[in-house]
Design a protein around this ligand. Structure first.
Ligand SMILES: *[C@@H]1O[C@H](CO)[C@@H](O)[C@H](O)[C@H]1NC(C)=O
Ligand SMILES: *[C@@H]1O[C@H](CO)[C@@H](O)[C@H](O)[C@H]1NC(C)=O
Length: 435
């Protein structure tokens, strides 16, 4: 507790003196879905809920892929924004910028990694390490369950895509059990991505401009306009920045941040903490309407993997099932699962007119790289008979809001999840090739 107080004090102190990014004690590290896992994760080894008389007997988890490179769509825009660096340096030299000298130096010295921005989607080294370390920590936390994994006692499968397939390979290798087999990703509908091949979802939700109306409104909100103006003035750029330029700068800041090396990006110096909170909210709006409570169908997709979870744990209670199931997928799936579970639900829908700073829906906490929702089934022996309970974890911290004290009795779990079994997706109209 003492340490926390001291750190808080230092942060306030730094912020109150002349603000520079390079020496701020606490750079803001919440970047919506491009937030590093290491910036928000817990640690299952410290936070696992141990119950006397109980033993873990099965672990089921849905994981987002690790940190990846930007797609060609975004990397083209990012590359187009690179000359902004020269404008910023020039403005500083001409006395038109309020940036700190060291922040300008760091930006000038920043090295462009052409391979990172070549538009070929792939996992990054950081992403690979994060996934492996999750596997390591699971193994350390549940050694007796995961020490010996014979064929048929586990299931590992990911959605299609090289960065997702490499993510599951890293996760599984982190378990440190030789010769584990990862099932091949299926081209069509699967439990970890039922929305991706669903034509109606791709057409009516993902590619539907109506879904992005609130985020578009927010781009006209005075709060966003003030942020844009601040970036403009801080950087001293003379021409008017467009929303697209702001997004490209934001992407440069969040993609070139290294969380495993604890190195922030010099591009982030163009933004204040307030600016980053505003840009974060704009992203939250997009995901809220595309993947979550903002559109009714998301709940239905979220039920599909929950049905799989229920079925697996129920078979374990009957002597079958798997010791471990791991699926790796996109953030969309996790958002939809939170929605089906009623997690992170605000009493009022998120809107472009008003940013609730205390909102529950925060992609920077729940949809980050390597985000994961893990359920652990425990068997407890009481007076000679077995009882079961289930504990849910989000990013390696117990989810206390799901059941009392975070532990679901089997009855609670059954009441919540049995209805998700056999969820049908019969409204898709046509098969989409997107994934
Ligand atoms: C700024 O955005 C506009 C479009 O909104 C684009 O044409 C231009 O290339 C961008 N400039 C930079 C430096 O990124
Ligand atoms: C799901 O469908 C199977 C096969 O039709 C059926 O045996 C089972 O009872 C159903 N489960 C639930 C919970 O509806």
């Amino acid at each position: 507790m003492k340490t926390i107080l001291v750190i808080t004090f230092l942060c306030i102190h730094e912020a109150a003196s002349n603000y520079c990014y390079w020496n701020t004690g606490c750079p803001y590290k919440y970047f919506s879905t491009e937030t590093a896992y290491n910036s928000v994760r817990g640690d299952i080894r410290d936070s696992v809920i141990k119950l006397t008389g109980c033993n873990p007997v099965s672990i089921w988890g849905m994981y987002r892929h690790g940190k990846r490179k930007p797609s060609s769509h975004f990397s083209e825009k990012i590359k187009a924004a690179l000359p902004i660096r020269n404008y910023v340096v020039e403005s500083y030299e001409n006395g038109h910028s309020s940036l700190c000298a060291q922040d300008v130096d760091n930006l000038r010295d920043w090295k462009f990694d052409s391979k990172f921005f070549d538009g070929v989607i792939d996992i990054t080294e950081e992403g690979r390490q994060e996934m492996t370390r999750i596997g390591n920590r699971l193994k350390e936390t549940f050694p007796s369950l995961l020490d010996h994994l014979p064929k048929g006692s586990y299931k590992f499968r990911s959605a299609k895509g090289i960065w997702i397939e490499k993510s599951i390979e890293s996760l599984v290798s982190g378990l440190g059990v030789p010769n584990l087999i990862i099932d091949e990703a299926k081209p069509g509908l699967d439990v970890m991505n039922p929305y991706s091949t669903c034509g109606a979802y791709q057409k009516n939700v993902k590619s539907n401009p109506a879904v992005y109306v609130e985020s578009a409104k927010y781009l006209k909100n005075s709060e966003y306009l003030a942020t844009k103006d601040r970036i403009q003035r801080r950087s001293g750029i003379e021409y008017s920045l467009t929303d697209e330029n702001v997004t490209a700068l934001y992407d440069l800041c969040r993609y070139t941040w290294s969380a495993v090396d604890r190195k922030s990006s010099p591009w982030c110096a163009l933004f204040t903490k307030d600016d980053l909170e505003v840009l974060e909210y704009e992203q939250d709006l997009r995901h809220y309407y595309r993947n979550s409570y903002g559109t009714a169908v998301n709940e239905v997709f979220g039920k599909v993997p929950l049905g799989d979870l229920f079925t697996n744990f129920e078979s374990v209670t009957k002597g079958g099932g798997n010791k471990i199931v791991a699926y790796v997928t996109h953030s969309t799936m996790l958002d939809q699962m939170y929605t089906a579970l009623g997690l992170f639900k605000d009493s009022n829908p998120l809107t472009g007119a008003n940013r609730d700073r205390d909102r529950k829906w925060r992609t920077s906490k729940i949809s980050v790289f390597s985000a994961n929702l893990v359920a652990v089934l425990n068997r407890c022996v009481k007076e000679g008979s077995s009882e079961y309970n289930v504990v849910f974890y989000l990013n390696e911290e117990p989810i206390r809001s799901i059941c009392e004290e975070g532990v679901c009795s089997w009855e609670d779990f059954d009441a919540k999840l049995r209805p998700t079994v056999n969820t049908t997706i019969d409204f898709c109209e046509f098969t989409s090739k997107h994934y």
